[in-house]
Each structure stands twice: as C-alpha cells, then as structure tokens.
Ligand binder design. Sequence first.
Ligand SMILES: *[C@@H]1O[C@H](CO)[C@@H](O)[C@H](O)[C@H]1NC(C)=O
Ligand SMILES: *[C@@H]1O[C@H](CO)[C@@H](O)[C@H](O)[C@H]1NC(C)=O
Ligand SMILES: *[C@@H]1O[C@H](CO)[C@@H](O)[C@H](O)[C@H]1NC(C)=O
Ligand SMILES: *[C@@H]1O[C@H](CO)[C@@H](O)[C@H](O)[C@H]1NC(C)=O
Ligand SMILES: *[C@@H]1O[C@H](CO)[C@@H](O)[C@H](O)[C@H]1NC(C)=O
Ligand SMILES: CC(=O)N[C@H]1CO[C@H](CO)[C@@H](O)[C@@H]1O
Length: 824
Amino acid sequence: MGFFNILILAVILFTTFSFPVNATDVSYDGRAIKIDGQRRIIISGSIHYPRSTPEMWPSLIKKAKEGGLNAIETYVFWNAHEPLYRQYDFSGNLDLVKFMKLIQDEGLYAILRIGPYVCAEWNYGGFPVWLNSFNNMTFRTENDAFMSEMKTFTTMIVDKVKQANLFASEGGPIILAQIENEYGNIISSYGNEGKSYINWCANFAESLKIGVPWIMCQESDAPQSMINTCNGWYCDQFWPHQNKPKLWTENWSGWFKNWGGKDPHRTAEDLSFAVARFYQYGGTLQNYYMYHGGTNFGRTAGGPYIATSYDYDAPIDEYGNLNQPKWGHLKKLHSLLMSMEKILTYGQYTNTDYGRMMSSTVYSLNGTRVCFLGNANNKDDITINFEGRKYTVPAWSVSILPDCVTEVYNTARVNTQTSVMVKELPAEAEEKRHYDFEWQWRAEHFEHLKTSLNKSSPLKGVTYANQLLDQKIVTNDTSDYLWYMTSVDVNEDDPIWGEEVTLRVNCDCHVLHAFFNGKHIGTKWVKNGQYSFVFEESAKLKRGTNSISLLSVTVGLQNYGAYIDKVKNGILGPVKLVAPNSIEKDLSTNEWAYKVGLNGIERGLQNIDTKYKREWHSNIPFNRMFVWYKTSFRTPKGKDAVVLDLWGLGKGSAWVNGHNIGRYWPSYLADENGCVSSCDYRGDYTGSKCLTNCGNSSQRWYHVPRSFLNEEEDNTLVLFEEFGGNPTHISVRTVTVGKAVAHAYEGNRLELSCDGSRVISKINFASFGNPTSKGSCHSPNSLSVVEKACIGKESCSIEVSEKTFGASGCGKSQMKRLAVEVEC
Ligand SMILES: *[C@@H]1O[C@H](CO)[C@@H](O)[C@H](O)[C@H]1NC(C)=O
Ligand SMILES: *[C@@H]1O[C@H](CO)[C@@H](O)[C@H](O)[C@H]1NC(C)=O
Ligand SMILES: *[C@@H]1O[C@H](CO)[C@@H](O)[C@H](O)[C@H]1NC(C)=O
Ligand SMILES: *[C@@H]1O[C@H](CO)[C@@H](O)[C@H](O)[C@H]1NC(C)=O
Ligand SMILES: *[C@@H]1O[C@H](CO)[C@@H](O)[C@H](O)[C@H]1NC(C)=O
Ligand SMILES: CC(=O)N[C@H]1CO[C@H](CO)[C@@H](O)[C@@H]1O
C-alpha cells in the first residue's frame, strides 16, 4: 500500500466519521416536503446563475427573499461547464458553488435541477455539441455512450456540491435535486428504451446518495423513488402519485421571447390566481419559472432564434429591478400563505362547489380555520353566501380569508404600484460622450475565399470533405459561422454553359449568405422558426474556375423536442447550378473546403488588447455587410442598470471590454398584428396572450452588467455587423423607474417607491374615492395628503382610508380606492 493509497484511505475514514454540523433532514409524505420532520410550504423561484453576474447575485437573491420566497431553484448548464471535452469551467458567472453559498447566506433553501438536459431556451438544451463525436451516440435514451457521459457529468456536479457541503444532509441549502427534465413530454418517441432509460436515471440518481429527495418534473412515468412534479401555466388540477406531495416545479411567470417576437406579459392578477389556486387545492411547493430571467450572454441563447434578453416578464426584470406590480402583489400572497403554513400542511380540508366554476376550500386544524374562495369563471364576478355572509369574488380570482370571515387578499385586487420603467440618457456633464461616439471600423477579411480552394497551400484551420457536412459537427459549436466553399470549372462545351445560371441551395440554415466568384449574391433566412428552406439566386458564370462560398450562420441550437441530437444544421444539400433550360449540375459531392468562424475573432478584434490596432479606420461605412465597428464610451454614474440602445444596427454580436453581451438583431421587427392595448387577465393564459411591441424592433435594448464596465477609464464597445447597419444611433442609457402608478383599495397600505434609484419628485394625480367613474366622489385633500407623505422621499407608505384622507362623500357600501401617479 503506497502513500497515495493511505491518503485515500484516510480521506475515506475522515469523510465517514465526520458528522456535518446542522445537518437538515429532508423527507416527504403525501402532503408536503418535510424538513426536520415538519411539513413545509415551499415558495421557490428560478434564477439561473449564468444569466446574470456574481456581482448581481446577492441583490437578486435578497430581492427574492424580500419578495417572500424561501427557496431558489436553478438548472446546471452542462455545455457551459464543460465547453471542451473534460475541460471544466466554474469561473465567473459559472461559479455554482458560490451561487449556492449566497443562497444559504440569505437563509434560503435551494433546489438543484441537474438535468443534465435542461431545455431552458438554452443553447442545445445544455448539451455539449461534442457529445456527437462519440460513436453510436443518441441522447436521452438507453444508449451506452450517452448514459456514460451523463453519469460522468452528473457525478462530477454531485461530488462538487457534496465537497462544498451544500446538500441539506450536510448542512447546506439544497433540499431537492432533479434528474432529467420534462421527459414525459417526449418519452413516447423513445419506446421501450425510453422507459428503461428513465428507470436507469432513477437508479443512477439514487446511487449518488445525496441525502435529499430526487424529483422528476413532467414525468408521469416517474419511478417510485422519484417525486413526479408538474410544469405549466396552472397546476391546481395536477395530482401526483400515491404518497407523493403536490409540487409545481415550473409555474411560468411569463414567457420567453424569440427574435422577431413580441413582448409577452403575464399579469400579476393571473399569476397570483394560479398560485393561490394551487395552494387552495392542496399544493405545498411551487416554483416560479422564472423569478429572474436575465440575459443570454454570448452564444448561450437556445434556438433557433431565442433572443438575447431572457426577461420572461418575471417578478424581477432582466436588469435586476422589481417588476411591479407583479413582485409586490405576489409578495403579499407569499407572506399570507406562509402565515398559514401549519394549517395548509397539517389541516383537514374540504372543498365545496357552488357551480359556475365557483368553489370554497376550508382548512381546519385544532379549531383554527382558513378559507379560500375561488372563482375560476373567466367572465363573471360571482357573489356567494358563505357561512352566512355575502362575498363577491371577481372573475378569475381567489379571495383568502385567514379567519374565514375577512377577505385580506384577492388576487384580482392589486394594491401595489405599477412601475413605469424608462431608459434615460445619463444626466452628467459629459452627457454628450454617451451618444456622440467616435467610430472606427474595419472589414472582416475574406482572403480565405480565394486561397482555401487551393489544396497545395491550405490555410490554417481549413478542412476538406467530398460531401456536405452537418454544421455543428464541423464547428463543434465553437462559432455561429461556417464557410462552405467549392469551385466549379466550366467552359463553352459544358451543357450548363450560359451567362446566367441559378445557384440553388437546400439548407437547414438559420441564416445563409451566398457568394459567387467572391461577390455577395444573396442572403436568406426564414421567419417563424421554419428554417429549412431553398435559396435561389442568379449568378454570372465565367470561363474556367468559378468559386462558390456559402456562409451558414446558426442562431442558437434547438433546445427542445425528441431527438434534438439528430437535428442537422447548415447546408445539407443538394447544392446545384441550374441553367435556364433546367439542366443541372449537382455540386453536393464536390470537394468542399470548410472554415469555421470569423477572421476577426481569430485576430481577437473583440478584445481590448488587440495587436491589430493599426487596421482600424475612421470614416465608417453604413449599411455594409461583414463590418467590425469600434468605439469607446463612459460609464454612466450611479447604480442604475446600463443598457445599450442598438437601434440602427442589423444583426451581429457585441462586446464590451471583451465581454460578449450577446447576439443582437434590432432590425428584426416583431409582426404588426396580434398585440393588445389593454390586457384582460381573465381566462387561461398562453404565451400568445397580452402581447405588446407589435411592429417594433423585437430587441432594441441590450444589458451591460455594471461589472463589465470600468469605473474611471473609458469602455470599449466592439460590434460585428453581419447584415449592415448604422451605428451612429447607438446610445448608452440607464434603466430606472420613471413613474409609479397605483390603484389601491380602502383598507390597504400603499407603498410608493422609486426602487432605490431616485426620490419622488412630483405627484401628477391623486384621488381617494371612486376614481374609476371619473371621481363621482372624491376626497378634496387627496393630492395634498399624498404630497405631504411622499415628495422628496425614496419611498412612502399611505394607509388608504378616510382616516388618512378625510371624508370622500362616497356611499357607505361603495368600495373606495386611491388612484395616484407619482414621478420619480
Ligand atoms: C469536437 O470535440 C470532440 C471532443 O473534444 C473531439 O473529439 C472532436 O474531434 C471535435 N470535432 C472537431 C471537428 O473538431
Ligand atoms: C454501433 O452500433 C452498431 C449497430 O447499431 C454496431 O454494429 C456497432 O458495433 C456499434 N459500434 C460501437 C462502437 O458501439
Ligand atoms: C393539535 O392539538 C393537539 C392537542 O392540543 C396537539 O397535540 C397537536 O400537536 C396539535 N397539532 C398541531 C399540528 O399543532
Ligand atoms: C496553389 O498554391 C501553390 C503553392 O502556393 C501555387 O504554386 C499555385 O500557383 C496555386 N495555384 C493556384 C491555382 O492558385
Ligand atoms: C413601439 O415603440 C414605441 C417607441 O418605443 C412605443 O411608443 C410604441 O408603443 C411601441 N408599439 C407597440 C405596439 O408596442
Ligand atoms: C412545453 C413548454 O413550453 N415547455 C417549457 C417549459 O419550461 C422550459 C424550461 O425548462 C421551457 O424551456 C419550455 O419551453
């Protein structure tokens, strides 16, 4: 036994005999998750650590806690952590352990969804593309190569988490872990292998001995050792397996956005309705997907065509600001539910159905009771007689009566301010420098278009094949860009000969640019996610050698569906020249030269310290394709989030001080139709309800986290513009609360706040009484009371009552409200 073996033995003995301090016991029964033997209500929210920065994490987690959550959930992102085979990255915003520790520091629980398939609108659902270089690889089924890699990665993550004592069983915050993800949606495509695979997943997970329960979401076939959970817009009608608690792992708080998509909105009224109903019907754990959506930095956006912003209309917005009234309206619900934790988890409950989708639920325990009145009717407010009293419950809402007499919360009555966010030019003296940029430019070099075809002097990085290859296999997804280049010798004897021919390319491309004899002849992409298309453009033949260069561009690899590993990308062929008389020349089995990526990236133009300083020119061109632009700008003062307005640009990628802030595509406008000017929260929500931003740029604003910026020195902004645009409209802005608007009901306390950024400077309007019907009754002191309470303050709190405002002259039975609009 060598020294090394003794060391290992010592480590084993040490681990076996050291007892973790504060170990927490997590178990469950048919009702709830139990922590140290006690049933608990868990209110969790998803925050994905790579979609923000370590500098943002503490404040995001704090705001989640203040919003009434007691747990944070995240996926683990395999392709981010293992970008190259067996080369791991846990630095910067990939520091999972640090993120977990911050959650623990705030006293919150954590839910770790390892997957390692994650969907999540994340590039390729989180899978590293290099997995495809194994023989006989098929993802997410009983396949040795896949299971072996899944096992290696999952075990590595579990070991890392164990070493940091992060599982509750070791005193850490993690109370639940997930293996696989939404497999129930696709299991039928995999037949019996799918069933064996999901059993293997369960047995494998169990073998890792993490000391906390495992969950499988959206998997009705989940093996007995796993808790199956629900994902969706509403989960009140979901019933888990026997002896399993009712858990809702994905309550979609909004929806994500595509390039070309409109802005989705899920109202506070509807989201709180869904949550209240879930707990009314015996639910005990739910998770907001997302609580903070964040940003798809770099090339992490899924696809195809998922936008860089992953705001999700979540309770905390992309930049880390409170999304009001959603955040505040839910906070009130959370604190109420938490105050009823014992009775909701231990009480008996009985439901009574009143017809027309109206129901009541009474929980009782040892003589105390709490009551829910739920109205799932999507049109009618309903008045019922409940235990001798009359209650009117608005359509599509739940009223909560913690003593079964007084309604203290109704999901449709929002007593929280609506914050109107604005994007402003920084106010400081050098203001001009924020938008009056000095630009430099240089062209992307295309020398390889000529030289690559000469095999006796091949360029570095150029490979050859006598066939058309799957793009992601050639690039290993190290770049969006892949050149497919070939040549064709033609003379007058050739049946195809003629001045004009058509180049026809069958393509599964997200974007295709075609060059004929070095000249750009066309660009094509297809809207609405239908990316299998035929490109056709005429070209001029010359005698002798004609070169054809096709640049295929991916915009996020598919992240959802069965067999995503079998989805091919790029130019799959055939590629043909077609003469006017329909004679064709098939070039698909020509010798093709392949070149991955951009020359500019190879030269490091996106970095601050580039050797190629001299190659930048002034007098920038406009609307020219494949151009690099560079400028510098000052960091706006203060703490407000910083965004770039990239209106005027086409499509490309942007770097600030070498950090890739993501793809941009502001020229891609959202469809003109399908928006609403006001949103009716009633009735089932879907991702296509309550849309705004029709006909506008689908993403104009791009987040630059403050930690990417220099405090004192100027910042360097580099753009790679692929389609052509005008960078002179670009400006740097800060995001802040411009106005706060509220309609609060009598009997509530209204908080008004500029969210830490500024003070309330002006009250535009205030009326206590019946403001909806043009002030048929109104307290004359309204404005002065609000002015006195709020002007000059960061936030103020007003009790909405006649006591505060004096007589309003409204009828006794009238429900009075305070309507205000304040400026920050
Ligand atoms: C992609 O990465 C894998 C794993 O590192 C490697 O085996 C394979 O050769 C790479 N493919 C290409 C085309 O570079
Ligand atoms: C791949 O699968 C085929 C049959 O599907 C089999 O003949 C071959 O041996 C497998 N190769 C490897 C490396 O497992
Ligand atoms: C209910 O009351 C009984 C008797 O007072 C007590 O033993 C029990 O712990 C109570 N149950 C809960 C869940 O508080
Ligand atoms: C190909 O490259 C070789 C070596 O550099 C050179 O001698 C030859 O002229 C080139 N051929 C063509 C057609 O450019
Ligand atoms: C389009 O953008 C403008 C300016 O930001 C805005 O005023 C307008 O309301 C937007 N249109 C829609 C339909 O959202
Ligand atoms: C079917 C569906 O819309 N699924 C969504 C559920 O949430 C995941 C996140 O894990 C999204 O990626 C899916 O789009």
